[in-house]
Design a binder for this molecule. Sequence first.
Ligand SMILES: Nc1nc2c(ncn2[C@@H]2O[C@H](COP(=O)(O)OP(=O)(O)O)[C@@H](O)[C@H]2O)c(=O)[nH]1
Ligand SMILES: [Mg+2]
Length: 198
Amino acid sequence: MAMRLSVSDEPEGSWEKEYTILTVGNAGIGKTAVLLAMTGAEEPLRTEATIGLDRKTRIEECHGERIALQLWDTAGQERFHTNIGSVYQKADAVLFMFDIHNRSSFERLSDWVDEVERNNLKKSLVRFLVSTKNDLEPQVTESEAKARAAELGIPYLKTSARTGAGIDECCSQLAQRLHGAVARLLDEASSVTITEPD
Ligand SMILES: Nc1nc2c(ncn2[C@@H]2O[C@H](COP(=O)(O)OP(=O)(O)O)[C@@H](O)[C@H]2O)c(=O)[nH]1
Ligand SMILES: [Mg+2]
């Protein structure tokens, strides 16, 4: 098995910088399983229904620095939405997720895009489109998924918590986007205060 950096034995604060990542998408599409796989769980498919919010940490090396990806797991149910407003606001990145084996989860993506737009106005918000369960028969074609990502102007990544495919790739892409030189420059630019004319 490929070696993964996981956090269970990481002391708090053993990283230079941390970022808040939010996962969104319909219930049952495998969000929790992906986060478990990202953080080195032995059996990522043994998930329990997520209630409210849960956070997991993954450490990545980027430009010689250790950075923490704080991965927030959300429940897909409408009634929990009120609780996650603050995570939406502080999110540095969002993973829009759908199940490649569940067409309706792909068709409902715009609900999640709207939801994030209503709650996070950061110009520098990093966004990825991520399909899950790529070990199963696809109900959404590769070109449909890529077209949707192009429409949104964001990268598309394929994962499977079952096989581990795309899991490390997703984390390193996240780290690079969040912590890369370009991201840092954008961050600085967006923190410049603009005085409104009166
Ligand atoms: N075949 C397959 N099943 C998965 C995968 N990821 C999750 N599942 C199963 O899909 C169901 C829902 O997963 P879960 O992570 O709880 O979904 P969530 O509600 O989006 O957090 C569970 O029964 C998982 O075992 C995967 O990569 N492949
Ligand atoms: Mg869950």
